[in-house]
Design a protein around this ligand. Sequence first.
Ligand code: GSH
Length: 209
Amino acid sequence: MPVYKLTYFNLGALAEPIRWAFKLAEVDFEDERIEREDWPALKKSGRFPSENMPLLEIDGEVFTQSSAILRYLGNKFGLTVDDEIQRLRLDQVIDITTDVRPSFRAYFFEADPEKKEKARLTIVNEVVPLYLRQIEGIVIKTDGPYIAGSKLTYGDLSLTAALNVWIGVGVITEAQLQEAYPATAKLREAVLNVPQIKAWLEVRPKTTF
Ligand SMILES: N[C@@H](CCC(=O)N[C@@H](CS)C(=O)NCC(=O)O)C(=O)O
């Protein structure tokens, strides 16, 4: 078995679906968490080729890009489906959640309180509905609970982790998700109740998202 080391901030966010993949496969990995104050020096240390995280080391070889890493582990650990159209849906959902990130970045890094509130309202009223409508449209194509029907895949892990960020940041509540996007809410519940994930959520370091 290869030696895996995952490095990220002390957050769920982009690393969390990767951690869940390891937990589901019951494969050991080192869960290195970098404190914010240590990051500026580490970023320029030469250890991080993309100067960002997450980073996955497999037997010492360094890999970047969270979606590529998740897809690799999903394929390796059987968290995927054979059907190509179903796989297209998984990847579509991952790319949709990726498209949302720039608007979150603009909000997080805005210093002016008035502009920050405007950015938040744009996310709440325009960005989240636009993307969740698309996701709901994909999820309802099967009887659920997952994107590919009864089979849990890396796409569900990615989507659920993204939803947890959106809920954690406060741009949508669990009740609003349930009300407006019931199939997506059902999928998130199903993923969070998978025994290995549920057990991990109870012991993992507590963070806002
Ligand atoms: N496309 C990359 C994006 C990685 C990324 O933006 N990471 C952020 C954290 S979510 C980061 O490391 N930010 C610190 C920095 O850029 O200095 C991926 O999916 O892995």
